[in-house]
Design a protein around this ligand. Structure first.
Ligand SMILES: [Zn+2]
Length: 356
């Protein structure tokens, strides 16, 4: 038996758990194969169209380089075929990790600003979503988010587009982009209108700014989940509030390391959040660009915190319970999670020591 058999047990268990991804950006989800397809289709963008060269360009170095990669990919998303390529690439990645459901953040305003007609965006999303379900067994839902740095005009236009077009699978209304200098409250009217129309409020808050931003997301935007929200760990009253009101955090540990919010996974406040009874869900944000995978996030947290199988399964269940899936689909996934056999705890503890 190989020395790391028990580490392999943990990996197999995490892989076997049906998972839901609640915080992933469509453009940021583009993997190497997807970017290669886009680069070959759009040579004028100047993105390497040879695999080895692209892999080097694509490798995470620092946050500034990540932004270069992100905007290079964004610049190649010009029409329905490109959107469909993004969506189906994401679905294939999710299926490989036994992720069955994802709420994917799309930023229509940026695509429209780049000159893509709204109909092209919607057609690409709808076609990609159908292929994701039929060929990959992955159900996708959409969250349309406001790029906060572009101000209230972006807020208004995102709202108008979301409510006018209301594509199949649109469940959430979000707010992303830089937080510093971009107050949440200015977007309150758009969130009020979105919620009145039946969309769920899922703004980013407390990733790069303190707990006051999270309080504002809760009070001003009616947040039902918080994107990141990690700075809540510094505010005991907020921790108690989030726990009491069952407002989950969409925690993206690797992303927080890559963007420099925490020096390493071991320094991540996820333990403190869990200890205070906050509902934690694990997510990837911009997975290939950060060198992250959903299974990798579960493994990293499980190994760092020494979680038992039941605790790891609880994290998977949290994402399903706090998703915007229908009740029947939730119940089916939760039953599947409960049915995954847990490996022997003794093996796992030993495995975690080996992996440490
Ligand atoms: Zn995000």
């Amino acid at each position: 038996m190989p020395a790391n058999a028990s580490g392999a047990d943990l990996r197999a268990f995490v892989q076997a758990l049906p998972k839901a991804e609640l915080h992933v950006h469509l453009v940021g989800s583009a993997g190497l194969d997807t970017v290669l397809a886009l680069a070959r289709r759009h040579p004028e963008a100047g993105v390497p169209a040879e695999r080895a060269e692209l892999a080097e360009f694509f490798r995470f170095r620092d946050f500034d380089h990540f932004l270069r990669v992100f905007w290079a990919v964004q610049s190649m998303v010009k029409g329905r075929e490109d959107v469909r390529t993004l969506v189906t690439g994401l679905a294939a990645d999710l299926a490989r990790q036994n992720a069955r459901y994802a709420e994917v953040t799309v930023t229509p305003y940026n695509h429209l600003l780049d000159g893509m007609p709204g109909d092209e965006l919607l057609a690409g999303l709808t076609e990609g979503r159908a292929i994701a379900a039929a060929e990959h067994g992955v159900e996708l839902a959409w969250c349309f988010d406001i790029p906060g740095e572009k101000g209230v005009k972006a807020g208004r236009e995102t709202l108008v587009f979301a409510l006018r077009e209301r594509p199949e699978g649109l469940v959430g209304f979000g707010l992303g982009g830089p937080e510093i200098g971009v107050g949440r409250a200015q977007f309150a009217p758009f969130f009020t209108a979105a919620r009145e129309a039946g969309l769920h409020s899922v703004p980013h808050a407390g990733e790069t700014t303190g707990p006051a931003t999270i309080w504002s997301a809760v009070h001003d935007l009616g947040a039902e989940r918080i994107g990141h929200g990690t700075s809540a760990a510094t505010d005991p009253a907020l921790l108690a509030y989030l726990a009491e009101h069952r407002i989950p955090l969409e925690v993206c540990p690797t992303s927080n390391v890559r963007t420099g919010q925490v020096p390493g996974i071991e320094a991540h406040p996820v333990r403190r959040l869990l200890d205070h009874g906050v509902v934690v869900t694990l997510n990837t944000d911009d997975p290939p660009m950060f060198g992250a995978t959903l299974t990798g996030e579960y493994l990293a947290v499980a190994e760092t915190l020494g979680l038992r199988p039941a605790e790891i399964a609880r994290l998977a269940a949290n994402s399903v319970e706090h998703s915007f899936l229908g009740d029947e689909a939730k119940a089916a996934l939760l039953a599947e999670i409960a049915a995954v056999p847990a490996p022997g705890e003794r093996n796992l503890v030993a495995g975690q020591r080996e992996l440490a």
